[in-house]
Design a protein around this ligand. Structure first.
Ligand SMILES: [Zn+2]
Length: 328
């Protein structure tokens, strides 16, 4: 059998037309570019990640940009109620004072105690300041709670003390969180925690003893005093208080409206209050009372943290923070 002449196979490139070669070259080039592109992209990504990481670490090292932390404020309401009643002379009264001092000092404030005596009762007002400058603004809240829940619907509970989640703790909580979140370069501001506000209509006591002692004995003339009292109600509606300075209260309500709290701060007069702003008004210092007196649990044993909300503390705290920042 004749063997068929072996046809030597041509090298592959000789079988290919010029066009095919060109196509292959194009494919190789594309593959090469794809690989280069992949590495380049992943390198750039890792660069971007590295940049992001270093930015994040810069942010944690720099002073943290702060706003009013309403969860912290709400926790401060719970902490105070956990101390038990803060009735004058009680264990809770002494404990809350030491705790407030520690919180204020760790936020960088200097704490002084203004000691006095009214109707035979010792008074301890706490004053927090950043430095020795005279205050242009004083923010105040009472930290005592009432001896008797004399508005409790259950007569058997009317001789028990008030837990004071809203009536006492809410104002203190807002002031403490402002201590943590106010910028350092505001106009000189004092935070004052008044003793013995809430013992009126009790034999041997009266309302607003602490703020009265302060207004009579501390010689300073701030341009504004703002009191916060019962501002933690989960259903918060703060109306203009009738005795308050009209210019300052308008400024505060305008600030609230700009921040979106127009549903909380209602620019209509409703109540006329005797509160810690009264002694200042009597000595000619412009003063405002922020209070929501529509509170079903006022002076009852049901004035507990579940009636207070972080959102309400936030509306008041953020409004006051912004109002103070805007003071020049
Ligand atoms: Zn009260």
């Amino acid at each position: 059998m004749l063997s068929a002449p072996q046809q030597r196979s041509k090298p592959i490139w000789k079988k290919m037309t010029r066009k095919t070669v060109f196509t292959y070259l194009l494919m190789i080039a594309a593959l090469f570019l794809a690989v280069i592109g992949y590495y380049a992209t992943s390198f750039l990504n890792s660069e971007a990640q590295a940049t992001a990481t270093s930015t994040a670490s810069i942010v944690t090292e720099a002073p943290v940009p702060v706003s009013f932390n309403s969860d912290h404020a709400y926790a401060d309401v719970q902490t105070q109620v956990d101390f038990g009643p803060r009735t004058p002379g009680s264990e809770g009264h002494a404990k809350v004072r030491e705790w407030m001092r520690a919180e204020l000092e760790s936020a960088g404030w200097i704490v002084e105690v203004h000691e006095s005596n009214r109707l035979g009762h010792p008074i301890y007002n706490l004053i927090a300041k950043r430095n020795d400058e005279e205050p242009q603004i004083i923010l105040g809240a009472h930290y005592d709670t009432r001896f008797f829940a004399d508005h409790d619907p259950d007569p058997a509970k009317q001789t028990e003390p008030v837990p004071g989640a809203n009536d006492g703790a809410s104002g203190v909580a807002v002031l403490l969180e402002l201590a943590r979140s106010l910028p350092k370069d505001t106009v000189p501001t004092w935070l004052v925690f008044f003793d013995t506000e809430d013992q009126g209509r009790i034999e041997g006591w009266d309302w607003i003893l602490g703020s009265r002692a302060f207004a009579e004995e501390i010689k300073t003339t701030p341009r504004a005093v703002v009191i916060v009292d019962m501002i933690g109600d989960a259903d918060l509606n703060i109306y203009f208080e009738k005795n308050s300075n009209q210019i300052i209260r308008q400024e505060i309500w305008d600030t609230a409206a700009r921040l979106g709290y127009g549903d909380v701060f209602i620019p209509t007069e409703k109540f006329s209050m005797l509160d810690d702003h009264t002694p200042f008004l009597e000595t000619g210092v412009p003063a405002v009372d922020l209070i929501d007196f529509d509170y079903a649990y006022w002076h009852t044993t049901d004035d507990t943290p579940d009636k207070v909300s972080a959102e309400s503390l936030d509306a008041v705290g953020e409004t006051l923070r912004q109002w103070i920042i805007n003071q020049k």
